[in-house]
Design a protein around this ligand. Structure first.
Ligand code: NAD
Length: 520
């Protein structure tokens, strides 16, 4: 019998059969000719071969980017010129949003409606940084009678961008936008599970008029000897912007250390959603359902631990489980689908192992396996565990799938202790109608981002980043500009030059601190 997934899946028209690297304006194979299989998550069939980059391919890409930085027009353009090209990129992405969403959904298993939102967000990322770079001004300091000091902001060089598979195209744009806006050249290493949408960047950039060599793309794995690791260790790459697992972040931190590279790390999470008894329960349930099951639960800021005050706990659990059972699992290409297929069989196995573990650690109230009618591919039913103790692994560890742990609490202090009781600190969601409590909780919770009575909606000007094992540094708004630029201080003397009188036999007691105002 034919596998039902093969007859029911949607295969986009004009799919490539192979994906190459893109270096110095040309599509090229790996130097050693190596490739790897790419699967789509509804049938887990191999549907294309992608070039597998290694040390030599990264070296070629870095040399091209280095040349474009040293000799090309991009870093030397005035901001307005770069901004125009970035706006053109945003226009092209917008005009192709449906095709992008179709490919992304096919490759990653994300529901098409959500992939479409991600494609539009990618365009917005370029637009935002295109605008920001022309509005950028830098500090000037006057020291009356002595000096003017000003900041000379400069692009740094070749930025290495390493991205995960959960919202591939959008997360690539989140790094490409500011790295390019500030005049750097780049080498992008997309996630090996989902290389399809990244293969569209070269065409988009060429059409928008980005100069040759400014953008380079090397596909492949991350581990030692492969593309990701080689990019991190390359001596001519002074910056690495990484999004991925906390464990990978630690390895990259170590490998970048000998070169003292600039690092921005957006890492894993196990974020709490805290629901107090006085909250608007309807709104809290809707938001916490969306918070953990949208993007298939493969969302770094997922509110995957829900802490609920005892007075409303039973009602919350009952209503939450009932609503979770109604979340529509379906084919990624179906516009009505709310949860699609997990990205890859390896990840599916990982998530399912947590589902089985959860059955021994908590009380299963929804899901718990494959959804009915989807006994193939990487489908997992929205799964809810109640009464989960804080020592449970499903409470502590990032699952990165449609699985949530619910735990009761009694007092504010207990809620805070539970919220902070993991190694992660990316996001926190708080539901209460008590303003004072909301703000006090927000100040005390160990999280880089807090949403009060709010869904996960974010203005691009705000800082994005986590604390503890969830990240290092912040991007977003001007913080991204800071990460991708050097800030050189230039000091100009006005009027009389205050030279220390060394070697002129001036009496020591006439020296003032003005002669050496910064004795470092
Ligand atoms: P991952 O760490 O396995 O891989 C991420 C990228 O790093 C991939 O491109 C991979 O090939 C590469 N890589 C792996 N080992 C490497 C090495 N030694 N050197 C250099 N590169 C290497 O992560 P993933 O499974 O692709 O993504 C899921 C993770 O990403 C989750 O933990 C999630 O929370 C996190 N994430 C965080 C954010 C955020 O903004 N904080 C956003 C999205 C995803």
């Amino acid at each position: 019998m034919t596998d039902p997934s093969l007859t029911t899946r949607h295969v986009p028209a004009d799919l490539p059969e192979r994906i190459q690297h893109y270096i110095d304006g040309e599509f090229v194979d790996s130097v050693d000719g190596d490739t790897f299989d790419v699967l789509e998550p509804v049938s887990n069939e191999v549907y294309l071969q992608a070039a597998s980059g290694k040390v030599a391919d990264i070296h070629r890409a870095v040399q091209a980017a280095k040349r474009a930085f040293a000799e090309g027009p991009w870093p030397r353009m005035i901001a307005r010129e770069r901004s125009r090209i970035l706006h053109r990129i945003a226009d092209i992405v917008e005009s192709r949003d449906r095709r992008l969403a179709e490919l992304e959904s096919f490759d990653s298993g994300l529901p098409i409606s959500q992939a479409l939102g991600q494609a539009r967000r990618a365009a917005e990322n370029f637009r935002f940084f295109a605008d920001l770079i022309v509005a950028q001004s830098d500090d000037t300091f006057k020291v009356p009678g002595r000096q003017i000091n000003y900041v000379n902001r400069k692009p740094i060089g070749v930025a290495g961008l390493i991205t995960p598979w959960n919202t591939p195209f959008m997360l690539e744009s989140w790094k490409l936008g500011p790295a390019l806006a500030t005049g750097n050249t780049v080498v992008l290493k997309p996630a090996e599970f989902t290389p399809l949408s990244a293969s569209l960047w070269p065409g988009i950039f060429e059409e928008a008029g980005l100069p040759v060599g400014v953008f380079n793309l090397v596909n492949g794995f991350g581990e030692e000897g492969y593309a990701g690791d080689s990019l991190v260790r390359h001596p001519d790459v002074p910056l690495i912007s990484f999004t991925g697992e906390s464990r990978t972040g630690q390895i990259i931190f170590g490998n970048a250390a000998p070169h003292l590279k600039g690092l921005s790390m957006e890492l894993g999470g196990k974020s709490p959603a805290v629901v107090f008894a006085d909250a608007d329960l309807d709104a809290a349930i809707d938001a916490t359902i969306f918070g953990v099951f949208s993007l298939n639960g493969e969302r770094c800021t997922a509110g995957s631990r829900i802490l609920v005050q005892r007075e409303v706990y039973d009602e919350f659990v009952e209503r939450y489980a009932a609503q979770a059972k109604r979340v529509k699992v379906g084919y990624p290409h179906d516009p009505a689908t709310e949860v699609g297929a997990l990205v890859h069989p390896e990840h599916f196995e990982k998530v399912m192992s947590y589902v089985e573990l959860g059955k021994t650690e908590g009380r299963l109230v929804a899901g718990g396996g494959r959804p009915e009618g989807f006994e193939f591919g990487n489908f997992v039913a929205p799964t809810v565990f109640a009464d989960v103790p804080p020592t449970a692994r499903i409470f502590q560890e990032e699952i990165f799938g449609p699985v949530v742990a619910i735990t009761p609490f009694d007092t504010d202090d207990e809620a805070l202790a539970l919220a902070n009781d993991t190694k992660y600190g990316l996001a926190a969601y708080i539901w209460t109608n008590d303003l004072k409590r909301a703000h006090n909780f927000a100040q005390a919770v160990e999280a880089g981002m807090v949403w009060l009575n709010s869904n996960n909606v974010r203005d691009l000007r705000t800082p994005f980043g986590g604390v503890k094992a969830s990240g290092l540094g912040h991007e977003g708004g001007y913080r991204s500009i800071d990460f991708y630029t050097d800030q050189q201080a230039v000091h100009i003397t006005l009027g009389k030059v205050h030279n220390p009188s060394f070697g002129k036999a001036a009496p020591a007691e006439t020296a003032t601190d003005l002669d050496d105002p910064d004795p470092r």
